[in-house]
Each structure stands twice: as C-alpha cells, then as structure tokens.
Design a protein around this ligand. Structure first.
Ligand code: SF4
Ligand code: SF4
Length: 157
C-alpha cells in the first residue's frame, strides 16, 4: 500500500513539474507574441529544417580532409586514424609521393559513415591535422548505404 502511495506521489510530482514548465514557457511565449521583452532567452523549439540549432564549437560533425597550399591532401597515409578507429570504418590505400618530404599520400581514403560512431578518435590521433570533424554537417540521413561511404572526392570538398 505504502509503495503504491509513493508511486502515485512521484507521478503527481512529475506531472506538476511538466505542467509548471509548460505554463511558464507558454506565459513567456505569449509575452513575446506581443513583442514584450522578457529576461528568458528565446523558445527552445527550433523550426527544423528551416531553422537550424547553432552547434557548439567542439561539436563533431561530418569529417573533412585538409589540403596543403598546393591542393594536395595533408594526409600522409600513416594509418593512425584507421588503426585507432573503434568502428573500423576507415580504409586507406597508400601511394608513394614524388616529394621526399611527404613520402606517402592516400591513393584512396574511405570512411564508411554507416558504421562511424562520431567518437572523434581519428581527429585526435592524426599527427598532421589532416582530418577534422568541423564541417557542421549533421543531416546525414541517406536513402542508400552506399551514399554514406565517403571517399577522397567528398572528403576533400
Ligand atoms: S569518428 Fe570515430 S568511428 Fe568515426 S571514423 Fe573517426 S575514429 Fe572512426
Ligand atoms: S592519421 Fe591523419 S595523416 Fe594519418 S592516415 Fe589518418 S588522416 Fe592521414
């Protein structure tokens, strides 16, 4: 019996919190509707996709590969990102570069975003700052799995 009372008490408390938030938000929305300024920030509802929520500076979004001044990828195909990736979704094929300073370049560089968990380990591991996750692209829903396999062409864009 005591358990049941406790259960309903918690239920009422939860209902009260929800109602309180609803009424407070409704009150401030109504004031704003009449252009009356309140101390509270704007509504927390974003009319996505027309209005997009600003992303935090450290938000991890779609990857991109960085380029050198001459347009070549900054990546030296060291495989560190592929090795550290917990989802094993990075596949790199290395090729030799004529420049002895660079030595190796990626002949192909593929990230299978179907498997990526956006942990950011690849970015952390890269010694060349050649891969970043700062594009701000988060709408990655695609109709086909193949469309989520990103190669050099897409990653260098
Ligand atoms: S973000 Fe994580 S899972 Fe995705 S490619 Fe990088 S290391 Fe792999
Ligand atoms: S860790 Fe950086 S340099 Fe090494 S293969 Fe990955 S992207 Fe290229």
């Amino acid at each position: 019996m005591l358990k049941a009372i406790g259960y309903f008490w918690e239920l009422l408390k939860g209902g009260w919190i929800t109602t309180r938030h609803f009424m407070t938000n409704m009150f401030h929305h109504t004031l704003r509707l009449f252009h009356i300024k309140t101390k509270r920030p704007g509504a927390v509802t974003y009319q996505y996709p027309e209005v997009k929520k600003p992303l935090a500076a450290r938000h991890r979004s779609l990857h991109r590969l960085m380029t050198r001044e001459d347009g070549k990828p900054r990546c030296v195909a060291c495989m560190l990102c592929a090795t550290v990736c917990p989802s094993e979704c990075i596949v790199i094929e290395a090729a030799e570069d004529a420049d002895p300073e660079i030595q190796k370049v990626p002949k192909s560089f593929t990230i299978d975003l179907n498997r990526c968990c956006f942990c950011g380990f690849c970015v952390e591991a890269c010694p060349e700052d050649a891969i970043r996750m700062d594009t701000g692209v988060i709408d990655l829903a695609r109709r086909s799995h193949d469309d989520l396999i990103f190669g050099l062409d897409k990653l260098l864009k």
